[in-house]
Design a protein around this ligand. Sequence first.
Ligand SMILES: [Zn+2]
Length: 139
Amino acid sequence: MSSFAEPSPLLLSVLAGVAESLRPLTGPAVNVQSVSPTETVLAPGWGEPSGQPPAFLVQADVDGQDFAFHVHEGGSAAEQSWRCAQALMDAAQEAVGSTPYPPCPGHRHPMTVERDGERVYWCCPGAPRVPVAPITQGF
Ligand SMILES: [Zn+2]
């Protein structure tokens, strides 16, 4: 029995939404290249391996730099958006090096991702309740 699965439409739309949310910002855009099933699961707290949701390796690029990160299925669109944005942000920041990514308008630090119910958004770490750029719908 193969444990590999195709990514769900929800996961793909979440990834596209996270990448799209970065386009209006001043930093370079992220392009998602591929989403491949993987056995590697980086999901602490999900318990035994047999109970873990399907995981995927996302290959992407930002500003000409390739990078990759892991995502997994499970949870609501907001939960997936929050997880994917965090994973993408960490990997993209590493890829772009010392330039803060995604850049926080007017500041020298990267933005952070916050979640308020079903709303997930980029914001300044100094003002976590003020959405700067939406990631999910519903703003
Ligand atoms: Zn800031």
